[in-house]
Design a protein around this ligand. Sequence first.
Ligand code: GLP
Length: 241
Amino acid sequence: MIKAFETERELGFTAASTLAKQLIQNEKSVIALPTGATPLPMYEALLELIRFGIVDVESAVFFNLDEYIGISPEDPMAYAFYMNKNLFSHVPKVFHRIPKADTDSPEQEAMMYENEIRKAGGFDLCFLGIGVDGHIGFNEPGTPFDSKTHVSDLDPSTVERNSKEFGRKVPKSAITVGLKTIMRSKHIILMATGEEKSAILKEALTGRVDPAVPASILQLHSNLTVLVDQKAGAGLQDQRQ
Ligand code: GLP
């Protein structure tokens, strides 16, 4: 299902409401969270729903999708920092895992992370953004569709783009939840905003299912919701509801 919105704010509210509905139905739900600019309106809206007492996140289990390798969680480039700043420092204590990427053994951390997700029962609801090269999490083009949580070498274009807001280069590798782990989620919500996502979104959702476009695997998910603004959804008019 594809839903298009006039503004990023409306999109964020719908995403946050979907999370609220999930938690109202099952307060112990396991939720996968993304980073980047796209989900910021969702986190803002979620904080409002929490403040108003509409949703309670205390019993939920949150896993982030990815983290850069080799920087501390306090580094402003770290996704741990981002999550703390935009969500977790504003809510009562919750169970939240993000890959520990300031480790000597990222491969081992990736394996442990996968095991923790499995032990938690997998994701009930997984939120995703999309990179301009079609990555989801940090599953870059060419990542096998059957990948579990692993160490990913980032595409130079991803490093370039993600570095822009920091004035210094983000790390060249990351730990990311794999495509198979994502695809096992009971419900996936893919969010995309802005003109720069329009072409890749169209390719991912209507083109060939091919590891060259990691997000194309989402076409094979039985419960996928795509939330777009007018610009990102420009190429998808026929598919929208
Ligand atoms: C990063 C993250 C992805 C995110 C993507 C898009 O590389 N690892 O999880 O979806 O970029 O980011 P943005 O929303 O800023 O366009």
